[in-house]
Design a protein. Structure first.
Length: 391
């Protein structure tokens, strides 16, 4: 029986280990915790050539920000639907003939027709307007045939995998998208072998489009503002945008009381802000007796609000009496809002209607200078009814 030998990396090759270590991008949400201070820091880092984190953020922003996503989609759609052609300039250089120009035109067309992804390549080069730059690597035919050395494909590389030696220096291949590599650190950290233009990465094997004023300088800040506005709008709609309650009235409304029922139904959703779907069950009388209206507070003659107001020479209600009743009404409103034990839904809705009616009575009495004696009589009757409903 042989003893097995453990190998470094669990038997995985170096390439497999590298691919596994690079999966961190799949689990990294670059826009989590994105706020203005961090956005400004990313823009400043990009000025130093430290693009990795900014490009990962913009990759998410382009997917989540509707305005930027729509702009990018329209730009790419307009470009990728176009056809291409090799044209001869109107004025030929000195020493060149028309036949030479046509021969060159034919050769270039044959070479561009060999590129398998020419249309997609043009679209990727257009993304430099959004990201600041776009870098493609030429993949050539190397089968020894008649097209050997010709470009077969232009392979685009993710923008987050590049750093730059300042704003105008050389690009360096940053395979792991390591943050913090920019001016004066590219050569030391990434090495000469990763510089585009070195012996290992010849400049003629790459197509680079560099944009001096990219859109990310505006789009990133606009995205942060938009995200903050969405949070505020969500909070606003959660508090103020909820639909009002629905009051379902009974089917057997007594004749002549339709207006009173309608008034009660209009008050319930605006005042209670609650779902009153069970009001029909709570207010329908047993047998053939008609149902009582939802704001049925006419338990005694004194509890009914007068339709007309009689003027008198007696002095109007004093401010102290108004203050006392207003405090009592606020207490009953708190009791209703807290839904104290023992208060049924019907009682709660009915109590709220009485409170509302009492508030209207305050204003009406004050406007018409009702005598203190009349006000006190109606006040006592209403208070007894309200306190009985709150028990």
């Amino acid at each position: 029986m042989k003893r097995g030998t453990a190998s470094a990396g669990g038997g995985k090759s170096a390439a497999e280990l590298v691919r596994q270590s690079n999966r961190w991008r799949d689990n990294y949400n670059a826009i989590r915790g994105l706020f203005i201070a961090r956005a400004v820091y990313l823009l400043e880092a990009a000025d130093r050539g430290d693009f990795a984190e900014l490009q990962l953020v913009m990759r998410k922003v382009e997917r989540r920000y509707p305005a930027l996503k729509g702009l990018k989609a329209r730009r790419l759609a307009a470009l990728e639907k176009l056809d291409w052609e090799i044209k001869i300039v109107g004025e030929l250089p000195e020493g060149a003939t028309r036949a030479d120009a046509e021969a060159q035109q034919k050769f270039l067309r044959s070479r561009y027709e060999l590129i398998e992804n020419l249309t997609e390549t043009i679209g990727f080069l257009a993304t430099a307007e959004f990201r600041g730059y776009a870098i493609l690597q030429k993949h050539r035919f190397n089968d020894g045939g008649k097209f050997d050395g010709a470009v077969r494909e232009l392979h685009w590389l993710p923008q987050d995998q590049f750093s730059r030696n300042g704003q105008f220096g050389d690009f360096y291949y940053n395979r792991n998208s390591t943050f913090g590599i920019g001016i004066d650190s590219c050569q030391a950290v990434l090495g000469e072998q990763n510089r585009i233009g070195s012996e290992q990465l010849p400049r003629e094997n790459f197509v680079i489009r560099d944009v001096d004023s990219p859109l990310y300088e505006i789009a990133l800040i606009a995205f942060v503002h938009w995200s903050m506005g969405r949070k505020d709008w969500a909070a606003f709609t959660e508090i103020f945008g909820l639909p009002n309650g629905v009051a379902i009235m009974p089917a057997n409304i007594p004749p002549g009381m339709e207006d009173e029922y309608r008034t009660a139904a209009e008050r319930v959703p605006h005042e209670a802000q609650s779902d009153a779907k069970s009001l029909d069950e709570a207010t329908t009388a047993k047998g053939d007796a008609p149902a009582l209206p939802q704001n049925d507070y006419i338990d005694s003659g004194a509890a009914k609000m007068p339709n007309t107001v009689t003027h008198s020479s007696e002095p109007p209600v004093d401010a102290q009496t108004h203050g006392d009743l207003a405090n009592r009404m606020r207490q009953l409103q708190n009791a209703f809002q807290n839904q104290e034990p023992g208060m049924s839904q019907r009682d709660a809705v009915e109590l709220l209607s009485v409170i509302r009616q009492l508030g209207e009575a305050f204003s009406q009495h004050a406007r018409n200078n009702v005598t203190k004696q009349e006000f006190e009589r109606e006040k006592i009757a209403l208070r007894r009814l309200i306190e009985s409903k709150g028990k």
